[in-house]
Design a protein around this ligand. Structure first.
Ligand code: MTE
Ligand code: MO
Length: 371
């Protein structure tokens, strides 16, 4: 999505991260019906694994699993529209940004009546009939039920950019966890399980990933030309993900190429003397109506002021913002360009020191020459 100018990414153009063999979004016809991935056949089970007590489990077996009409009806009362960029914990650049619409997960779970002994909630989406391939993610009871009003809780989503979520993006129904990396936003959602087991049993726990990490504030560089002519303006650009800690600014550091192919160790003293200069951050679109789907009013989007129809804060958390840096009067030579984000704690990326299995936020570099 690096060089894309439109605020929302076309659903077909998100970079895709999907397991399963065959991939669920390649199913067609009868196979799609068997998989319950059409709007008519889609069902959501909400059950206990035996360790939690729930009043009225909703299951295929009992014939009372939740269908799309029931979910849409919940949406009429509790539905939220919100902007969010999807980002994989293991891929630096965000995959795409959407306007999602869904119902808070807690409202969906209320459909089972009284519950007790629930310490964790996990869910999975369709893959195929091989239980080993199930892709599962989880949250704690409190993360689902006790979200503060100034935060968007986890959502069961059914619309993307004003349309039903296409099969390719995990429709008919997908979990969307606004603050988390993509692996918690399970596509082709089919079953939610309540448990007393506190162990976080996310599939992503395999592979050494830190599974409770929040989206990180970080700047990423666009690709672009590697050679410029002297006297020509050089514009560098990229996107910044606005993570849990918000974004204060993006800044850049330009230095002559040190001849190490852009390698710079974490403990290299050059970091200490680097001169960081401000990048320009793109402001909010002046015409939100032109960016949002036709059937969505800015004032109805979460985080927007209902009176002005504009975002209450900019840039918005859990979304991306574009940045640019204009480099002028460069002498002929070879250069290293780096950019980093500074969050609302005044922590510069990557401070605290990064553990890349909690999300990718290394400071990126672009090499170029001026001839
Ligand atoms: N059912 C299912 N949901 C899934 C996945 C998957 O493999 N299967 N991949 C997850 C991961 S790791 C990421 S990063 C996001 C990617 O979302 P996208 O393909 O819509 O960009 O989907 C998540 N949801
Ligand atoms: Mo991912």
């Amino acid at each position: 999505m690096g060089t894309q100018r439109a605020y929302l990414t076309n659903p077909a153009e998100f970079r895709d991260v999907s397991r399963g063999n065959p991939r669920p979004h390649t199913l067609k016809g009868e196979a799609l019906v068997q998989a319950r991935l059409t709007p008519e056949t889609w069902r959501l089970e909400i059950v206990s694994d035996g360790s939690a007590t729930i009043q009225t489990p909703r299951s295929l077996e009992a014939g009372n699993a939740v269908d799309l009409t029931e979910l849409h009806n919940l949406g009429k009362r509790h539905g939220k529209k919100f902007l969010k960029a999807m980002q994989c914990l293991n891929i630096a650049t965000p995959l795409g940004q959407g306007l999602w619409e869904g119902v808070p997960l807690r409202e969906v779970i209320k459909l089972v009546g009284r519950i007790s002994n629930v310490r964790r909630i996990y869910w999975w989406g369709f893959h195929n009939n091989d239980p080993k391939q199930i892709f599962q993610a989880s949250l704690s009871y409190s993360q689902v039920f006790e979200t503060p009003p100034w935060d968007l809780g986890p959502l069961v989503a059914y619309r993307l950019n004003g349309q039903p979520i296409p099969l390719l993006r995990g429709g008919p129904v997908r979990m969307v966890i606004p603050w988390a990396h993509g692996f918690k936003s399970t596509k082709w959602l089919q079953r939610i399980t309540l448990t007393n087991n506190v162990a976080a049993n996310d599939t992503y726990a395999n592979g050494n990933n830190e599974i409770e990490s929040y989206l990180k504030t970080a700047a990423y560089l666009d690709d672009g030309p590697r050679e410029f002519r002297a006297g020509q303006p050089v514009e560098m650009s990229g996107v910044a993900m606005v993570g849990w800690s918000g974004l204060k600014r993006v800044e850049y550091w330009l230095r002559p190429d040190a001849g190490t192919h852009g390698q710079l160790a974490d403990d290299d003293p050059a970091w200490q003397t680097a001169r960081w200069l401000p990048c320009a951050l793109e402001g909010p679109p002046t015409n939100w109506g032109g960016q949002l789907p036709d059937n969505v009013l800015p004032r109805d989007v979460w985080g927007f002021d209902p009176k002005t129809g504009r975002p209450k804060e900019w840039p918005m958390r859990f979304s991306v913002v574009r940045w640019t840096a204009a480099l002028r009067d460069l002498r002929p030579g070879a250069y290293e360009f780096r950019a980093r984000a500074v969050d609302l704690n005044d922590f510069a990326q990557p401070e605290p020191r990064p553990y890349q299995k909690s999300g990718q936020n290394l400071v990126q570099v672009r090499l170029f020459t001026v001839a």
